[in-house]
Ligand binder design. Structure first.
Ligand code: ZN
Length: 374
């Protein structure tokens, strides 16, 4: 059973880089599904000498396919990864803080740490971001909502304030990434500085002026877009299928036609896109139809060749369904061919992968191909 979990993020060393980097790491984590991210808040360090740099804090709502104790270890792992990156800094690298704030409305201990995190009811820099994304969540010990806890906090605008360039983002909507959260480039936002620097170099190499108005946020947008378009590398099958395989005695062919997909060719890093048609003959298990499209997405969102993409979808469905047979046909236009005029612009490439009874039985195969043709 997947539970919704709230986590808090905090950083006071390069927070404008580390908070986004931590969010990216969460989004790309194979066992974590990022649902929502709060505004970012800046605040003076709590209990510090006054010399400490200000903190940035945010909160995220996630789903995890792992136990809380393991999730905690995975969060420590992300902290270590971010800490290790900043070695040339003359200030000692300080890991970002990633803590589990709430696990649904449960009261428990994870590795000796109480959940809900007692600090969330004490500090505005923790509860304000949480209340952004989960205002109605009820604190199981205090018996009031996060919105109410936030409303009762006393603080001044000087002590804590919202960073106006950041807005809450919803990453998942009906199991799909909400694309606007990925592609919108907000003023002042930092996403992946190293990647953005590479894109800036590329613009210069192309003879462009990266400082001109239209290009100023292009490196950020490209970094986000490529991150999203290759998210399949770090998407786990478990996360995609998400318990949507059911026992069923049906043994008739199941066909899902016209699944739109978008991928990028590995030779030119240019898009190819089109439609996938998928069929299988169950052998005791069926899968939610929308999940078939998500399996296609999972393999399409990488650098690909169409032949391999087709085979991966077929082999994966064969494996998880233990089906009698799986058939996949993909038709796509490749921009690397169309834009460069290598082939006629309206040509499409068709690939197919037949497994099990679709390979062995010409009648079954014929029936599928006939259904797909119409
Ligand atoms: Zn190509």
């Amino acid at each position: 059973m997947r539970e919704r979990i709230l986590i808090t993020l905090g950083s006071n060393i390069h927070p404008e880089q580390n908070i986004p980097a931590a969010i990216r790491a969460l989004r790309r984590h194979p066992h974590i599904t990022l649902v929502r991210v709060s505004h970012t808040y800046r605040s003076a360090a709590v209990g510090g000498s006054g010399e400490q740099p200000e903190f940035h804090n945010a909160a995220a709502e996630i789903e995890a396919a792992i136990e809380p104790a393991q999730l905690r270890r995975e969060l420590r792992q992300i902290e270590a990864q971010l800490g290790r990156k900043r070695t040339s800094d003359k200030y000692a690298p300080r890991p970002i803080d990633l803590d589990i704030a709430m696990i649904g409305e449960r009261v428990l201990e994870v590795d000796g740490h109480p959940i809900p995190d007692p600090e969330i009811a004490r500090f505005p820099h923790l509860v304000l971001p949480l209340a952004d994304i989960a205002p109605e969540w009820r604190h199981p010990i205090l018996g009031i909502s996060l919105r109410q806890i936030a409303a009762e906090m006393h603080y001044t605008d000087k002590e804590i304030s919202k960073i106006m360039s950041s807005s809450p983002k919803t990453f998942q909507d009906n199991g799909h990434y909400a694309s606007e959260a990925i592609f919108d480039a907000e003023f002042g936002e930092v996403y992946d500085p190293e990647f953005e620097a590479l894109v800036t170099d590329m613009l210069v190499r192309l003879g462009e002026d990266p400082e001109r108005e239209g290009l100023r946020r292009t490196p950020l947008r490209v970094a986000k877009a490529l991150d999203f378009l290759t998210v399949g590398y770090t998407t786990s099958l478990e996360k995609v299928v998400n318990n949507a395989i059911f026992e069923d005695a049906c043994s008739d062919m199941v066909v899902v036609k016209d699944i739109e997909f978008y991928s990028m060719c590995e030779h030119h890093m240019l898009p190819f896109f089109g439609k996938a048609h998928v069929a299988y003959i169950p052998n005791g298990k069926i899968i939610g139809l929308s999940k078939v499209a998500r399996v296609v997405d999972m393999f399409a969102r990488r650098l690909q060749v169409q032949e391999r993409l087709t085979a991966q979808v077929a082999d994966t469905l064969m494996e998880i369904l233990e089906a009698r047979g799986v058939a996949v046909v993909m038709e796509a236009g490749h921009l690397c061919m169309m834009m460069r005029g290598v082939q006629k612009q309206n040509s499409s490439t068709v690939t197919s992968a037949m497994r099990g009874s679709f390979r062995e039985d010409a009648r079954t195969r014929g029936e599928f191909l006939e259904l797909v043709r119409n």
